[in-house]
Design a protein around this ligand. Structure first.
Ligand SMILES: C[S@@+](CC[C@H](N)C(=O)[O-])C[C@H]1O[C@@H](n2cnc3c(N)ncnc32)[C@H](O)[C@@H]1O
Length: 328
């Protein structure tokens, strides 16, 4: 799948071609016309949290060696904010899979704590194993938890630095098993009513994760990400872009919504335009800092065939002052 191919690319943040030129080519190609047409039947809508999350669970059961996702070493180059500040920081990696994004962040500096969720216990087990294999001390800074972000709100203890650092540990939320997997106990923050419970994380990462859920549930997820960020905190986004090679390869039968496709294993893939990403994040109240297509030509090692890859790269900030505090 594409995540692996991206890892092989040489320059991740370059413009090997103009996205507008690719769009014109696709629009002129009669064989691609079905990708552009409005979606007439009802969009894909599995029972919440059942079909799509189940497909991902079964995906992780089939790829339990963990070799499928490679470490995303380019993450720090694309999002240097993660390492530039001196202070200790906290990150939530949403849909962490086997830890491809978690590992380079943990390696980058000592003062980073990562909370990471996924709907698949297998994925979390593998992530815990990869993290502890890389460095046993990483497990003190890595807190994986089972969570279906497309239907459930994030747990309360993520909302507040004080709750994360004191009460959850005392309340055995972060007890870990041999693989570094945390066993969640009480979920109640000590200071739910206190002022500090206004978002506790410095960063939230959504890396090839939002595209994995049905389009109708994306705005819920983005709004949830806002609630767990500190005022001024950053959301780091990277995902499939409109007209990416993998989108153009889907046959029409696998089209389940506008720009939305289902793989043969039942997992979903959505392809984002900049407008859609902007609407989702600004609609939830974020401030846009960076948003662009990343267009890279990668070459298939075996066939020598050139592939036009398109990803969307974005950085969004939770406003320092909320609209309610501005108006009061
Ligand atoms: C393409 S992988 C990306 C993994 C990781 N972010 C990375 O950088 O490699 C998407 C991940 O999202 C997880 N996922 C999909 N739907 C989910 C849901 N509703 N709740 C929690 N995790 C979900 C999948 O299990 C999978 O691990």
């Amino acid at each position: 799948m594409a995540e692996v191919e991206e890892e092989k690319g040489v320059q991740y943040f370059s413009r090997d071609f103009e996205w507008e030129r690719l769009r014109d080519e696709v629009e002129r190609d009669p064989l691609s016309s079905y990708h552009l047409s409005p979606f007439t039947t009802a969009p894909f809508s599995p029972s919440p949290g059942v079909a799509d999350a189940d497909a991902w669970r079964s995906f992780h059961r089939c790829h339990s060696t963990g070799k499928f996702f490679k470490e995303r070493r380019y993450i720090l180059k694309e999002f240097p904010e993660l390492i530039v500040c001196d202070a200790s920081i906290s990150v939530l990696e949403v849909g962490c899979g086997n830890g491809s994004t978690v590992l380079p962040i943990l390696r980058s500096k000592q003062d980073i704590i990562i909370y990471a969720c996924d709907c698949s216990q297998k994925a979390l087990d593998k992530a815990g194993e990869m993290v502890t294999t890389a460095d046993l001390t990483f497990r003190d800074r890595f807190y994986p938890f089972l969570h279906d972000f497309s239907i459930d709100k994030f747990p309360d203890w993520l909302l507040c630095t004080v709750c994360q650092r004191s009460s959850p540990r005392k309340n055995f939320i972060f007890t870990q098993d041999a693989n570094g997997q945390c066993l969640i106990g009480s979920n109640k923050p000590a200071c739910l009513e206190a002022e500090c419970c206004s978002g506790g994380l410095d960063f939230v990462t959504l890396i090839f994760t939002l595209s994995a859920i049905p389009f109708q549930r994306m705005s819920f997820v983005v709004a949830e990400c806002m609630t767990v960020l500190k005022p001024g905190g950053l959301l780091l986004f990277r995902d499939y872009g409109l007209f990416d090679m993998t989108m153009l390869r889907f046959p029409s039968e696998q089209r389940v919504g506008f720009r939305e496709y289902i793989r043969l294993d039942g997992t979903l893939s959505y392809f984002f335009s900049l407008d859609i990403v902007r609407n989702l994040f600004l609609g939830a109240g974020f401030i846009e800092l960076e948003l662009e297509y990343c267009c890279v030509i990668s070459v298939n090692q075996r066939s020598g065939k050139k592939m036009q890859r398109v990803w969307v790269h974005g950085k969004f900030q939770r406003p320092i002052l909320s609209t309610t505090s501005l108006s009061s």
